[in-house]
Design a protein around this ligand. Sequence first.
Ligand code: GLA
Length: 750
Amino acid sequence: MNITFDKVTGQFQLNNDRISYVMQVLNGGYLAHLYFGSKISRYRGSAALSYYDRGFSPQPYDFRHDRTFSLDTQPLEYSTYGIGDYRITPLHIQYKNGSTITDLRYKGHKIIAGKPELTGLPATYALSDEDAQTLEIELVDETEKVNVFLSYTIFHTLPVICRSSRILNNSDKAIRILKADSLSLDFRDHDFDMLTLYGAHANERNLCRQPLQHSIQTVASNRGASSHQQSPFIALAKPQTNEQQGEVYGFSLVYSGNFAIQTEVDQFGCTRLNIGLNPLDFSWQLTSGQSFQTPETVSVYSAEGLNDMSHTFHQLYRTRLIRGSYKEKLRPILVNNWEATYFDFNEAKIDQLASDAADLGIELLVLDDGWFGQRNDDNTSLGDWFVNTAKLPDGLKGLAEKVIARGLKFGLWVEPEMVSEASELYKAHADWCIQVAGHSFTEGRHQLILDLSRQDVCDYLVDTLSSVFSSAPISYVKWDMNRHMTEIGSAQLPPERQRETAHRYMLGLYQIMDKLTAKFPDILFESCSGGGGRFDAGILYYMPQTWTSDNTDAICRLKIQHGTSLVFPPISMGAHVSVIPNHQVGRSTPMQTRAFTAMAGTFGYELDLGKLSTADKAAVKEHVALYKKIRPTCQLGTYTRLLSPFESNESAWQAISTDGNQVVVTYCKILAEPASQIRILKLAGLDSNAEYKITDCYKPKRLSLVYADEPGSNLIGQSFGGDELMNAGITIDRIDADFISTMWILEKVK
Ligand code: GLA
């Protein structure tokens, strides 16, 4: 890892063993982007920038005698509005005189060991000063007295560049930031497919792949959360790139609120990508001497396909984003009472669930929504975080102690950012909500959002939640957030700062999460927003796992988890077995398929265990025991997608343990077909020179016929070379029912 600056050429080069990132200070001080991709030991400019006199591409004043120079035609690092670059720009500032023109030139730079923190914002971190190096480039607009600091971190071992920017108002007047992106990146071609993750509540992170077009394409959220609808992620892949090979650039914004990602293919066939806060309904007033820090964007490069890109994201996020005592700790198998009881529970029911769970080997019971205030449905009581003693006469403490006495840990659901109109809190503090005076408000799930842009509200929440979390032996907290923002405004901000509310909310939320996670280091926090509506790298910095979706149907989950795994490691994805017919889609799938699908994330149950048949109880017991054997591999190992449910009637994935000795392979066929196709599944990432023994094969249990002579069944106990398993593959058994899955466990032969 090395960052160099060549004073003669004005060239910066960031290198590690896998990637290079190159920039150059051009004449006049404009900062050009030269290269990002596979490592080039020493970049000398064989692909020189092209200079032509191009019609309608104007010259900056200093270059008026050189008609070949225009900012409209050059790849730039952080272009600005109003000085001849007509493409989408990452920065837009309004000055006191009303003008929005900014002209940034290179002023200086610093190279720093390690990676400085971003004040008030989540970000990846370096493990030591040797783990990463950071370049900070300072640009300045001498007329407006505004300085912009562009930060670039390169990690020693990972093909990753992290970028963010900071804007400093050095003038004596206030300025207004209208747009400030974290990253702007120019490519000198547009031969890319753009991969994004779209969805809806209970249908998150579907994979969309489409070619870049000669136009501006936007992926964004203006909902006050990163959202179910679009994710703060984009990959630009060469059209021939697939899971196992080809070039791809992946980008993930470390932020949980409104964001925008834009691509533009320009008139010369070049591409610009901008990523940052959504400028819609955003502005930020900077008084003299103040600065504004943007969130961070993580950029990953791979020349070896989408899986390799995901492996980098998984490794980075698992080791250099997630923090706290659960960072490397295996996550408990839990049972959550939500789909088991919804609001209709009491202490006896929960205690019974704990007793059933203990018999089956489950390790943690989570008490979901409905334990506080008058909360017997979702119309009331958010904000009233005192226990409903009609349901729980011995309080949280009494219940938690009973659960613990049965050998389980105790977890609790909260939704702190919200308030119900029908609540004590709302009666006392109606002005604590996000609102615009004089407007009626829009309700979602009969609730309003607390104004976390206010310090008094943040302090109140830290105090209130601290009392709840200390009131009982609580080992796990599920932190929910169940509506999106409307009528965005704050009673405490002056008119010129109203458009800061949504971002100030996120800063408030991060501050609360930071304080509470520091105060309760032994609690495992799981974030949630109606499932995976805020599954992003910002929240993961505070809470090491997220409830992936309110949709617990195993077949829907194949897609949801596949899409999520593009960016996020399995250990961060909550995944539970639920009852059939499934509550979201009415589908009935075999218990084994529900379990195997949930084992692709942090495994748990979300059903009334007491109502299961004897056979299903035996299956749960077997699955819990199996998961305990493969848990380190599933949670900490290398996860690879083998077959995509977006492309076919099947899905497959595998995990290899950190020491490479255990391999868990799962295959699921969605719908059965007549004249079943012959299917071979090729494994990936094994050691070609090692032997692997198939120690177990969990085959379909509910087939009308059992094919003892089918190929997969007689592989148990046999050993094969890694090269054979990857190149020749294993034959999938004939399938004679819908929603059938198989799992193989392989051990490396020493
Ligand atoms: C959200 C969550 C669910 C459950 C309910 C409770 O929808 O995603 O898992 O906790 O809230 O109201």
